[in-house]
Design a binder for this molecule. Sequence first.
Ligand code: THU
Length: 130
Amino acid sequence: MTLIEQARAVRENAHAPYSKFKVGAAVQAASGAVYVGCNVENVAYPEGTCAEAGAIAAMVAAGETQIASVAVIADSPTPVTPCGGCRQKIAEFAGGDVVVTLATTDGTVLDTSVSALLPGSFDADYMSRV
Ligand code: THU
C-alpha cells in the first residue's frame, strides 16, 4: 500500500462526530516503518486531536524521531492541508525538503514540502543563546 492508501484506510477509524470531517494521516519514518493516525474529537472540543498528531505520536512511541514522508487525506474539495499546529509538529521531526502529500478522497493529489507549508519556522537554533 502507498502512504496515501494507508492514510485513506486509517481515516475510516476517525472519531469525528462533531465536525463530521474525517482525516487520515500516515508518516513514513527513517526506518521505512509507517505510522498512521486519524482525528479523534472530544465533546470538550479543544481536546480533540488531529490525524497528523496521532501518526506522529505513534512514531515517537515506537522510538523513531525522523520523518521521511507524510500523507494526509480527507473528503475535501481540494487536497486537505495540515493546520498550523500540525505543520509545526511535522517540522519537529522532518527536514524542510520532506515531501508532504495532500489528497482528497476522490483522487486529487498535491505534493508539497515541509518548508513550503511552514516557511520561516521556529526551530532550536533560535534558542542557541540559552
Ligand atoms: N483535522 C485534522 O485531523 N487534520 C488536518 O489536517 C485538518 C483538520 C481535523 C481536526 C478536526 O477533528 C476536524 O479535522 C475539523 O477541523
